[in-house]
Design a protein around this ligand. Structure first.
Ligand code: PEP
Ligand code: MG
Length: 599
């Protein structure tokens, strides 16, 4: 990773340091003020190896796949640029078009292909070598315009190499305290490397509010703005930046007055969080005496302190993907067991709901990336339990680790992306077989076997919840994916984020349907999507009959305050009125009334 260096500066001044305001999606609340760290994908260690003669066609195809991906990325950036003020939009579009042109049957493409075919070079190093030669010949031209294109040639080359290498490892450890990461895009795996004690927050050009990068930001309590068009034009590492993660604003080089205003808001925000902490020891009980279980969603084990400080009743969703991130190999049973055991012990008798691997879709598969072709439609492809059942070894390793961890405290096993009862049956059979094998090997395991639950996050699963309830010990409703699949909105795409609507009548009906089916089967049902952690929706979910909510630890106090302030009978009445509506706008208005009444 390289950075664009620039001496530190702040305050209003000449044109170069003039204040700039950018708008994007406020995905993780809080205000961060600090020096920008502009991320560019440079200085990548490019592997170099020989390709076997019979694998040359495959290598050329891999290269074309990277070119195609680069074209899509540039197209996306271009449409994003359309939302900028006219002048800036034209400049950015011209630049991106130049990059696109370099990818269309150009000398660069032909040159790389030739190097793969005649020199048997792997695609990454073929790109690197071709870029070096091209850059040299551009620089030597007696034309200032063409000479200036050298930087573009290099940037296109870096984009191709990044795409070929799939996983850009980032090193954030050497950044100044409070640094604000500014990037075109951050993957969930990159975000997992951000230490909230040292990093102030981040802002990116691409990314939607419900993607895993946004979820990771909320979990870590890092203020973040995603989908901010034009973010990287005219910002240098070292510039002073304000990120307002609630309003979705990024201010570059704020004037002294604006800065003072944001420092005040930041102090207020921190004071409010301190006040909320006082709630952590109090029970989550409604005014009319109904207990509500408020659990924590954990993305990373280091969030455990936050879950305990927030008074979580348990872990309602442990996303085990973290064990597979930022590494080239797969974690084995022993390693996973130790991580899970430590978590279970740390929760001190409170249940831990461990979800089996949910990779694929927009989540980074890390070490698995090489083993499976990228599907044309990742969100609908070999993802989550589909991958686990296709690669039973992967699933068995996880189940074994979970069963063994269950010997140290209560654990529940949750299965993502269930679409039909036969998947649940297969997982249960596998779990029993793994249990027998562990006992034969002399391991202590959970006794009785842990409850096995289905995530309800596919509309078809919600509609067939009655049949799934007969093979599941509990349900966990994943509203993030449920909304994505019900409304056909890519949850990670900022361009369609405006359509992502938790209050769409279809979404609410699917939730209601699932809650009622669980009630008929007398199995517990929780909501663990992001809706559960938003106090605005929490009141409605409780009114619909949900008694268990699981959320990012930072949201626990906010939701608890809402629970403690509400009367369940009133919530049930209001939810009934809301569910009688067919118009999204009317639903939102009624819910606003309800929340206002709660204060
Ligand atoms: C969900 O889809 O709501 C969910 C909780 O799972 P994830 O966000 O990890 O896909
Ligand atoms: Mg999901």
């Amino acid at each position: 990773m390289t950075t664009r260096q620039h001496p530190p500066r702040h305050g209003a001044g000449d044109a170069a340091t003039a204040e700039r305001l950018l708008r994007g999606l406020g995905v993780s609340p809080g205000i961060a003020i600090g020096p920008a760290h502009v991320m560019e994908a440079g200085a990548i260690q490019v592997p170099e190896y020989c390709v076997a003669e019979n694998a040359v066609d495959e290598e050329v195809a891999r290269f074309h796949g990277a070119v195609e991906k680069a074209r899509r990325q540039l197209g996306k950036l271009k449409s994003k640029a359309g939302t900028l003020p006219a002048d800036a939009a034209a400049d950015v579009a011209t630049l991106l078009e130049a990059h696109q042109a370099m990818l269309s049957g150009s000398r660069l493409i032909r040159g790389v292909e030739k190097r793969i075919r005649s020199e048997f070079l792997n695609a990454e190093s073929a790109v690197q070598q071709e870029i070096a030669v091209l850059a040299q010949s551009f620089a030597a031209m007696d034309d200032a315009y063409l000479a200036a294109r050298v930087a573009d040639v290099r940037e296109v080359g870096r984009r191709l190499i990044r795409n070929l290498m799939e996983t850009p490892y980032q090193a954030f450890s050497r950044l100044p305290d409070g640094a604000i990461i500014m990037a075109e895009e951050l993957s969930p795996a990159d975000t997992a490397l951000l230490d909230p004690r040292r990093i102030g927050g981040f802002a990116t050009v691409l990314g939607g509010a419900e993607g895993h990068t946004a979820i990771m930001a909320r979990s870590l309590g890092l203020p973040a703005v995603l989908g901010a068009a034009g973010l990287l034009q005219g910002v240098e590492t070292g510039d002073l930046v304000v990120v307002d993660g609630r309003a979705g604003r990024v201010l570059i080089n704020p004037s002294d007055d604006v800065l003072a205003d944001y420092r005040q808001r930041q102090a207020l925000w921190r004071a409010e969080r301190e006040q909320l902490k006082a709630l952590s020891g109090l029970p989550a009980i409604t005014r009319d005496g109904t207990d509500v279980t408020l659990n924590a969603n954990l993305e990373l084990p280091r969030e455990l302190d936050g879950a305990r400080d927030g008074g979580a009743a348990g872990v309602g969703l442990l996303r085990t993907e973290f064990m597979y991130m930022n590494r080239d190999d797969l974690p084995g049973e022993e390693e996973q067991y130790q991580v899970l055991r430590d978590l279970v012990i740390a929760m001190d008798g409170k249940p831990v709901t461990a979800r089996t691997l949910d990779v694929g879709g927009e989540k980074l598969a890390g070490a698995l990336a090489d083993r499976f072709a990228t599907p044309a439609n990742p969100a609908l492809g070999l993802r989550a339990i589909r991958l686990g059942l296709k690669e039973p070894k992967l699933l068995e390793t996880q189940l074994a680790a979970m069963l063994r961890a269950g010997a140290h405290g209560p654990i529940r096993i949750l299965v993502p992306m269930i679409s039909n009862p036969s998947e649940m049956r297969k997982v249960r059979d596998l779990m029993r077989a793994v249990a027998r094998r562990l006992l034969r090997r002399g391991h202590a395991i959970a006794d009785p076997l842990p409850p096995l639950g289905a995530m309800i996050e596919i509309p078809g699963a919600a509609l067939a919840a009655d049949s799934l309830s007969s093979v599941s010990d509990f349900f966990a409703i994943g509203t993030n994916d449920l909304i994505q699949y019900t409304l056909a909105i890519d949850r990670g795409d900022e361009q369609v984020a405006y359509l992502y609507d938790p209050l769409h009548p279809a979404v609410l009906r699917l939730v209601q349907f699932t809650v009622e089916a669980a009630g008929r089967a007398r199995i517990p049902v929780s909501v663990c999507g992001e809706m559960a952690g938003d106090p605005r929706y929490a009141a409605l979910l409780l009114g619909m009959g949900v008694r268990e909510l699981s959320m990012a630890p930072a949201n626990l106090p906010l939701v608890k305050r809402r629970v403690r302030g509400m009367d369940l009978r009133e919530a049930t009445r209001r939810a009934g009125m809301i569910m009688g509506q067919t118009d999204g706008g009317r639903i939102a208005a009624l819910l606003d009334d309800f929340n206002e009444a709660l204060g």
